[in-house]
Every structure is written in C-alpha cells, then in structure tokens.
Design a protein around this ligand. Structure first.
Ligand SMILES: C[S@@+](CC[C@H](N)C(=O)[O-])C[C@H]1O[C@@H](n2cnc3c(N)ncnc32)[C@H](O)[C@@H]1O
Length: 234
C-alpha cells in the first residue's frame, strides 16, 4: 500500500509530466517499475527525485515482467567484464550486474546527478566496490574508459540525435564488445511510456546500423513488454 506521502509525491510527478506535455496518463506512468517521462526535448526534467522514482523502478512487482535474470544472461558477462549502463536511474541493473563482474567494473551513467549519487550509495551499501558513478551529458555519457558491454534499458528513446551519439560511442566499446538495447514494444496494450515515444525494433536497428553497429541478436519474445537488441560495434 502506498503511504499518503508517496501517493502525494506520485501525484506531483504526474502533474509535472502533464505540464511539460510528456504524457501523464496513469496508464503511461503507473506501471510498477516501468518508466517515466519528463523529457521536454530529451533534456530530462523528470528524473530528479530518485527516492520517488525508486518506488516505481525498484518495485518488486517489476521482476514479473522485467525478468532481470534473463536480461542479465543476455549480457554474457565474464567475471572481469567492464559494463556501462547509460541511464542507470536508481541502479536497478547496476546492483544486479555488479556481483556478476567481481573483478570487472560497472559504470553507472546518468545525466541526473541525484540518480548517480543514489545508485553509487546503493551499491556501496551493498558492499560493491566495482561500481563507479558517472554524470553524463545529454550528448555524451563521458565514459572514462572503453567497455565490453554498453547497456541501455528504457533509455534509448530518451536520447536525442541518436545516430551521432552512438557513432561517437563506438570508440568506447572494446574489441569484441556489445551494445545492448532493451526498450518498450510499440503496443498500446503494453503499459509503459507513451506510444508516440516508443521505437520499433526496426527503427532502432536502422538508426544503429547508420551509426556503424551490426545487429547480432534480436529478441522480441524473451520479455513480455520489451525487446532486446544486441549489436557489435565492428
Ligand atoms: C526510465 S529511466 C530507466 C532507469 C533504469 N535503466 C531502469 O531500467 O530502471 C531513464 C533514465 O535515463 C536517464 N537519461 C535520460 N537521458 C539520458 C542521457 N542522454 N544520458 C544518460 N542518461 C539519460 C534519466 O535521467 C533516467 O534516470
């Protein structure tokens, strides 16, 4: 049950979304760990309160449709892999990936400093020493080093000028590395971001091929709400 405070906070978030014209219907945002949009022109204004977003992103009910173990298996990690999640939010994925790469590294990248702070504290509290927070810019994740796996979950569609962005990012993927995109299917029956913000897998593949990536694996059946696309950078 939501407390009164959380309920009020959620209403405040909805109000912000309505004002910035990025949706706001309960069906778009009240979907247990799924999503939120406050991004006027892709400069996200709506992810400034990690404690409130954690109610949604880290809702235990998310596991039912998010199937985090299955997603992490798709990453094909080794104990020494270096991983970056762009748009790490409250660290839902970071705390699941960190124990899989005990002698590797996880960069938790977000354009929202409060999200980065929240995730790095969360990882430290759990005892993970291999997590580093990175405050990115909307057009540059500012990765300190090349990575084996670059992951974006429910974040790809927030990025502006994607072809140019990912063209630049290719240099930050180590030899043999992969780019993994998990994002919402275009289907009004599937809760999540507003339909007009979603991208079909074909659209994502087209953009990333234009940026120089090659599709390796395409999965539209592993998860009920999202597709998983895996690319190589070579
Ligand atoms: C819907 S949340 C997803 C959070 C997390 N990936 C998850 O699955 O729980 C999207 C996140 O992407 C961040 N974001 C939006 N645009 C970004 C950009 N250009 N670079 C990095 N992060 C971005 C937002 O601040 C937000 O924390």
């Amino acid at each position: 049950m939501w407390t009164r405070r959380i309920r009020c906070s959620a209403v405040a978030i909805m109000t912000v979304f309505t004002v910035v014209g990025c949706g706001g219907a309960a069906g778009h945002h009240g979907h247990g760990g799924g999503h939120g949009h406050g991004h006027g022109g892709h400069g996200d204004q709506g992810f400034k309160s990690p404690e409130e977003w954690a109610q949604r992103f880290d809702d235990p009910a998310r596991a039912e449709w998010q199937k985090p173990e299955a997603v992490v298996r798709h990453l094909e990690l080794s104990s020494n892999s270096t991983v970056a999640e762009i748009g790490a939010g409250t660290g839902y994925w970071v705390v699941r990936i960190a124990p899989e790469v005990p002698v590797g590294k996880v960069y938790a990248v977000d354009i929202e400093p409060s999200m980065v702070e929240y995730t790095t504290k969360r990882a430290a509290t759990l005892g993970f020493k291999n997590v580093e927070g990175v405050v990115g810019a909307p057009d540059d994740p500012k990765l300190p080093a090349a990575v084996d796996v670059l992951l974006l979950v429910d974040t790809y569609h927030h990025i502006a000028d994607r072809t140019a962005y990912f063209q630049r990012l290719r240099a930050k993927i180590a030899a043999g590395g992969r780019l993994v995109i998990v994002d919402y299917k275009v289907d009004p029956a599937i809760p999540g971001p507003p339909q007009e913000m979603r991208l079909t897998p074909d659209a994502v593949v087209g953009e990333l091929e234009d940026a120089g990536f090659h599709l390796k694996t395409r999965s539209e059946g592993a998860l009920p709400r999202q597709y998983i696309l895996i690319f190589t950078a070579g």
